[in-house]
Design a binder for this molecule. Sequence first.
Ligand SMILES: Cc1cc2nc3c(=O)[nH]c(=O)nc-3n(C[C@H](O)[C@H](O)[C@H](O)COP(=O)(O)OP(=O)(O)OC[C@H]3O[C@@H](n4cnc5c(N)ncnc54)[C@H](O)[C@@H]3O)c2cc1C
Length: 416
Amino acid sequence: MCYDLAVIGGGAAGLASAITASRNKESVIVIEAGNAIGKKIIASGNGRCNLMNTGNLRYYGDEAFARQVLSQCSAADQQQFWNDIGLVTVTESENRVYPCTFQSASVMNVLKTALRLYGAEILLNAPVHACRKTDGQVFRIDAGDRAITARRVLIATGGPAGLKHCGKETGYSLLEKFGHHIIPVRPSLVPIRTEGKSISGLSGIRARCGISLKDNAGNVLHHENGEILFTDYGVSGICAMQCSRFVDEKPCYLEIDFAGHLFSDEEALISELRSRKKMFGTMPPETLLLGLLNARIAYAVMKQAGVPMKGETLDETDDSILRCVVRALRHYRIGVTGIRDMEDAQVTAGGADCREFYADNMESRIMPGLYAAGEVLNVDGDCGGYNLMFAFGSGILAGRNRRKKADSSAEGDEAG
Ligand SMILES: Cc1cc2nc3c(=O)[nH]c(=O)nc-3n(C[C@H](O)[C@H](O)[C@H](O)COP(=O)(O)OP(=O)(O)OC[C@H]3O[C@@H](n4cnc5c(N)ncnc54)[C@H](O)[C@@H]3O)c2cc1C
């Protein structure tokens, strides 16, 4: 049989599109390389699955394209999609939307039920290694040992982020065979590697702070406020991972502000330190920051401030040292040596060039009938549900397949 739609990849984008198309009475097959669909959905949000975000959009890569896609399939439209297939959601802090069970398994349950209900077929253990248009009308897809024909094909093969064995990124080569271009891929939302000295002894500590990634000229490349996690190789946690996208080959460093959320300005901080110095005068210098900071961070800050840590009391230290402590507290410097590998990343930056696709139905501008959605495209988002929101949203649009208006770079055709 010739399917109306063959979806290559049973992840968020592929499943959303398969449900949308099969609900519209199209015959659909989902072709999945692995032994199960939705593996990244299950892993997402630490098993809680942060589905989407109702706040401001936070995308990189082709950000404009992401905005266009999500203006056609907004958070409200996606909420409707979830309502229609029976998932109850809740919105938590920072506009993060989760299934009300806080279990990604619930998301997979409703997706699988909808696929069954609307009759979409699932083919597992079937890696697609070739796809071509046969007679100018239908596509032939070679999947494992099966050949499948379809009138429309959606490439929803995701990216290599989070996968143990990279190098099987056939989605990109399938698209390249049709003349599409791939923006080089790299890991994003990934922990940052740093030099060892300034994180020594801090592994395992979480800290609330401001974190800035700066180049060696002191220019801020990216800034976040929130929580970081020190590790034995560097810095992790949402804020650090959101800075990782801006680490490139140029030398850079992290500047941590451990006190900005506690004191409105440096004068308030210095007067606090003066009164502590008076109060703990007969004690060793490391006493100065106890009760204000985690003890191990306090020690590291004092060391970076150049406070002599042995054989003196606070009374014996010069008052000018307080300025150095304030500086180290607000501008704690950690040299960056790189980022962790694709395997440790949550999302892939780079991917298929979005300019070669229509943002209202995800169809190729090069090859009619070919579509791409989700992480395979050159869009990546911040933590907070943005990546699944783009994957589900673009998948829904590909399944709906409505060209709403001809855009300036299209040839003026308006499909129904
Ligand atoms: C640990 C982790 C946690 C995350 N948490 C969140 C979160 O809480 N919120 C959020 O928004 N995002 C999160 N993300 C990111 C999010 O999961 C992805 O961006 C999203 O799942 C991408 O969906 P996709 O459908 O484009 O690709 P995928 O989900 O990667 O699906 C692609 C599918 O295609 C299959 N495939 C690949 N090549 C072939 C082929 N040649 N033939 C057949 N099948 C093929 C793959 O096996 C896979 O099943 C997380 C990612 C990770 C790794």
